[in-house]
Ligand binder design. Structure first.
Ligand code: C2O
Ligand code: CU
Length: 475
């Protein structure tokens, strides 16, 4: 079949396909998916929703767990909008502690009622988050989670995370549109036999807490259907507080079509995906094998914790999900050869280096322990660490002086990772893994929004223990 015929057929079949496909976060008209997560889509250019965070009994992995849910669910509902949409989130804090929300990866203001992580919402209070997605916003998978310094790791580890998908150009590519789409929100929990969370000890939080129960959109090792000769689109979000996933799909190469901040210029095939907390990947799988069940496994990965202070839970492969062949896609869609245009960033006008280190210090209520720093300083909201000009392009180098990996995340603007050859990768990311005792470089442009924003390690325990810095983007 030629590409043109394929386009004609897929638009004719589009509706039928949409109705036939049932998956986590892919709802029939009712707005509830097979696995029960709600979906909220924008209509007439507006996404208007109410979100409540509360501690309650939620369904997780087929039983009840006492967690922090958004609207009673872990993970929370899927939000879906388009570039140019107005987003209005009325957020109610029914927790018995303060919290707030961060719109991870969205290119929106970091001030006022938008992606403002300096806002503190006390228990019982309500806040209205209001912002507009720019008309040029890339399509991609973003997410929402609490971001209150000192408690972010615990609140996220107790379940507060939800995916936020922006639909756009890449979704309209016929082969991509023909794929069966699943959202896989990766979380880990440590629960007792009664379903109550177990608080990590001090050393576990210094390493970054990891739970032994792995869930995918709230299910343990769930089963998904893939079609013979069809394409399956897996949209991964690592919403764990600290766990890395090294994903391998049994007997199927993964064709990466998007990283954190949006689509690639062309699919890149990969045998494995390493995903640090906060990262997203969008992957196509071709249903080209024999009928049967195939495993998606997370392989061992040592982020510098194995053997340290009783750490190293991430040492054995774990099955994350199963895929079973069912049905056939007669249109036989192929992996598209090209996707969207990804511009390079112009040459940088400034270079900076950030040294990541650890040091012993007081941990409130716990005594002496390891704390984490950027350029020898722990986070202080009262200090401006980095001043940049609106519109400037800069190159930043992270130098990791510690024996653990630190996945660094920057708010407000996505960036491109610079290779050893000095070339910036044509891919938008907002998390870069800075491996133990090594360095990483990025190129970033501070577009559109002036104001105070932050960068930090997305091992959220490290962020809570100081590894965060402010960035002031000046007009
Ligand atoms: Cu997903 Cu500043 O974090
Ligand atoms: Cu870290």
């Amino acid at each position: 079949m030629t590409r043109r015929e394929f386009i004609a057929q897929s638009s004719a079949l589009g509706v039928a396909i949409a109705n036939r496909t049932i998956s986590a976060y892919q709802a029939p008209a009712s707005g509830r998916s097979q696995l029960g997560q709600r979906i909220f889509r924008s209509a007439d250019g507006v996404l208007d929703i109410e979100l409540t965070a509360a501690e309650e009994w939620v369904e997780l992995a087929g039983s009840q767990a006492r967690l922090y849910g958004f609207n009673g669910q872990v993970p929370g509902p899927l939000l879906e909008a388009r570039p140019g949409d107005d987003v209005r989130v009325r957020f109610m804090n029914r927790l018995r502690e303060s919290t707030n929300l961060h719109y991870h990866g969205l290119h929106i203001p970091s001030t006022a009622s938008a992606d403002n992580v300096f806002l503190v919402l006390p228990p019982g209070e309500v806040v209205d988050y209001n912002f507009r997605l720019p008309a040029t916003h890339p399509a991609g998978l973003f997410w929402v989670h609490p971001h209150l310094h000192g408690v972010a790791a615990r609140q996220v580890a107790l379940g507060l995370a939800l995916p936020f998908v922006v639909r756009g150009e890449v979704d309209g590519i016929p082969e991509v549109a023909a794929a069966r789409e699943y959202f896989l929100v990766l979380q880990d929990f440590e629960l007792d036999a009664g379903g109550r969370p177990i608080e990590p000890g001090m050393s576990a939080s210094m390493l970054g807490r990891e739970g032994s129960l792995l869930t995918v959109s709230g299910q343990r090792n769930p089963q998904y259907e893939i079609e013979q000769d069809g394409l399956t689109r897996l949209r991964f979000l690592n919403a764990s507080a600290s766990r890395f996933y090294r994903l391998r799909f049994e007997e199927h190469p993964m064709h990466v079509i998007a990283t954190d901040g949006g689509a690639l210029a062309a699919p890149q095939s990969a045998d494995e995906l390493l995903m640090a907390p906060g990262e997203r990947r969008d992957v196509l799988i071709q249903g080209a094998r024999e009928h049967g069940t195939y495993r998606l496994t997370s392989l061992q990965y040592d982020r510098g914790t194995t053997g340290m202070m009783g750490g190293g839970g991430n040492t054995a492969p774990v099955d994350v999900a199963r895929f079973v062949y069912a049905g056939r896609d007669e249109r036989r869609p192929q992996i598209p050869r090209t996707l969207v245009s990804v511009p390079g960033l112009p040459a940088s006008t400034a270079q900076r280096a950030f040294e990541l280190s650890d040091a012993m210090g007081m941990i409130p209520g716990r005594g002496m322990g390891m704390r984490f720093r950027i350029n020898r300083q722990e986070f202080s909201e009262a200090r401006i660490d980095t001043r940049v000009r609106l519109g400037a392009v800069e190159e930043w180098e992270y130098r990791n002086a510690t024996t653990m990996d630190h996945p660094m995340h920057i708010h407000t603007n996505s960036f491109q990772v610079v290779g050893t050859d000095g070339q910036a990768e044509r891919a938008w990311r907002d998390v870069v893994i800075v491996k133990a005792r090594s360095a990483a470089r990025i190129r970033i442009r501070f577009d559109d929004y002036a104001g105070l924003t932050v960068q930090h390690c997305h091992i959220l325990d490290h962020e809570d223990l100081g590894m965060m810095g402010t960035i002031l983007i000046e007009q």
